[in-house]
Ligand binder design. Structure first.
Ligand code: OOB
Length: 551
């Protein structure tokens, strides 16, 4: 069974093939070509394990064979949540090999996110880690299986109190290496390979169907722009499943180039600096708040960063004053990356002058990326003026998974994706990201869909109205603030936080601040006027006095 998605128009697909953007190769080719070219080279370093390309291939074959024996078939879906460990890539390639289409949840996603993904894709297979607090016992897993009866197979990474242990499968050569078992066809290259996660702006998180063809192109083009090769040693410190460290050029780019991925559990300097030194890392990718931590830590640890040549920063806006400190204080070359899980990725080029790399968030990586910047009426704004960014191209999707109503808003008749970002285009085509029109908070690169949290807050019996807004923060760039109208007695903030946690809201989505007001400004049609509320909040914050009692 094929996973449905909105295809590119046939003429464009033909053109993308003609231009060599789409090669009709499955993503598993990334691994296969290295197994042929340099099987013994180290592909991944994960704690004390140095895993070669051939080992990655053998392990992913074993898991693929096991899953196939268990009845998993091409077109079936999987929900995967794994930490930054080599098992993430083993599972990713195993599923690609048998055409099972995964949603790779981020490791900090909570119960609510996992339910939402599982409900949408109806997975047959669950791959989780007992290192995650939700899967230390079988309780939540049982709840998930009860709510989503399509789940029939559970594989657990780490010491598993339930399900089948991933390590048992991977070490069981006798049972799963038999060539006779193998192998069902992977999905065709113009079909869905896996789902990326949208940062979201609506009540339910949207899934992004990425095809082999489009994703493989984005990886190859990223590798070309960043000039990666077999000497690239990439530190993957952001959540492995996120589009930035997965494909921009990320771990898949490093594999494609025949380089090496060094896995870090998190982006803190305490975790990363020793890995950089121990494994001679030369490229790393960070979100802006982590850059600030690295800048604080660096003066006492200059030696540790000696091998590091390039630092990519993206996911959220890097302020120019922080950008200016990066090269002199960390001794690296800065590259800004402005991308999105829906497709479009912009890079500053390695040869761009410093002034441009400090100021701009990059320019589209492909000559086939089409960019439009429009005003509120949808009319093109002249270069140098700010407007909403629309885009389409060979690796920008044409629709979210099973979301016709939202697709009608997010994609226009010509197939342009309305990114929700406000940008200015410079003369050379570089983009400056200056704001946002989507109802989202970008908390240091972690995206929070305001509506999702407002709905959860309004489910509380004492909350009458809720609006989640962004407040500026020195380190995180933005934090979230819930503005609430409540019935008396007004609940305590500690109780609201506990309540959201009890509903399965991930920690990073719990509002950083709460404000209680008597009324919220409304629009003419009676909806909360978030624009007005946001400007009131910004004004009060800039006047450095609390508008209202806060927490
Ligand atoms: C990346 O992907 P997502 O899907 O988590 O978030 C996309 C959104 C963009 O629409 C924009 O609002 C924001 O994140 N963003 C930036 C930015 N990079 C992303 N805003 C300002 N400056 C930047 N440099 O975040 C992502 C995907 C691939 C590569 C890099 C980032």
């Amino acid at each position: 069974m094929k996973v449905p998605f909105t295809p590119w128009p046939a003429e464009l697909a033909a053109e993308y093939r003609k231009q060599g953007y789409w090669l009709d190769l499955p993503l598993s080719d990334i691994l296969e070509r290295q197994v042929q070219a340099k099987r013994d080279a180290i592909a991944v370093i994960c704690e004390s394990r140095q895993v070669s390309y051939s080992q990655l291939d053998i392990w992913s074959d074993r898991l693929a064979n096991y899953l196939q024996l268990r009845g998993l078939q091409s077109g079936d879906r999987a929900l995967v949540q794994l930490p930054n460990r080599v098992e993430f890539y083993v599972c990713f390639f195993a599923l690609l090999k048998i055409g099972v289409v995964p949603v790779n949840a981020l490791f900090n996603h909570g119960r609510m996110d996992l339910f939402a993904y599982a409900n949408q894709v109806q997975p047959k297979l669950l791959i989780v880690s007992s290192r995650h607090s939700l899967f230390k016992t079988r309780e939540f897993c049982d709840q998930l299986c009860q709510a989503v009866p399509s789940i029939s197979e559970i594989v657990v990474e780490g010491d598993s109190p339930f399900g089948v242990g991933l390590n048992t499968i991977l070490s069981c050569s006798a049972s799963y290496d038999a060539p006779s078992i193998y192998r069902p066809k992977p999905t065709a290259a113009d079909e869905v390979a896996f789902f990326q996660l949208s940062g979201g702006s609506t009540g339910t998180p949207k899934l992004i169907p990425r095809t082999h063809n489009d994703y493989y192109y984005s990886i190859r083009q990223s590798v070309a722009v960043c000039q990666w090769n077999s000497s690239t040693r990439y530190l993957c410190a952001l959540p492995a499943a996120h589009n930035f460290p997965l494909s921009s050029p990320g771990a898949l780019g490093a594999f494609y180039a025949g380089g090496c991925v060094v896995l870090a559990p998190d982006p803190s300097p305490a975790s990363c600096f020793k890995l950089i030194a121990a494994h001679q890392v030369n490229w790393a990718a960070l979100v802006p708040p982590a850059v600030i931590l690295w800048l604080e830590f660096a003066p006492q640890h200059q030696e540790a960063l000696r091998s590091l040549q390039y630092l990519q920063v993206g996911g959220a806006r890097l302020s120019e004053h922080v950008a200016k400190r990066v090269e002199p204080e960390l001794g690296v070359h800065l590259q800004q990356v402005f991308g999105m899980a829906e497709g479009l990725v912009n890079y500053t080029r390695l040869s761009d002058p410093l002034a441009l790399r400090l100021r701009a968030q990059g320019r589209p990586m492909s000559p086939a990326d089409e960019i439009r910047v429009v005003d509120e009426a949808g009319l093109a704004v002249p270069p140098g003026q700010t407007g909403a960014l629309l885009t389409r191209g060979p690796y920008t999707v044409r629709g979210y998974f099973a979301a016709p109503n939202h697709n009608a808003l997010a994609f226009d008749d010509e197939g342009f994706y309305h990114t929700g970002d406000l940008v200015t285009v410079l003369e050379d085509g570089s983009l400056l990201v200056s704001g946002r029109i989507k109802d989202q908070i970008n908390r240091g690169g972690e995206k929070i869909a305001a509506q999702e949290i407002e709905n959860e807050l309004m489910a509380h019996p004492q909350v009458r109205l809720a609006a989640l807004l962004s407040v500026a923060d020195e380190v995180m760039g933005e934090k979230s603030c819930a503005v609430l109208v409540c019935h008396a007695p007004v609940p305590k903030t500690i109780e609201l936080r506990k309540y959201l946690r009890s509903r399965g809201v991930a920690d990073f989505k719990i509002p950083d601040r709460f404000m209680f007001v008597d009324a919220l400004p409304l629009t003419a049609v009676g909806k909360v006027d978030k624009k007005r509320l946001q400007s009131q909040l910004t004004l009060s914050a800039s006047a450095d006095r609390a508008l209202l009692p806060t927490d």
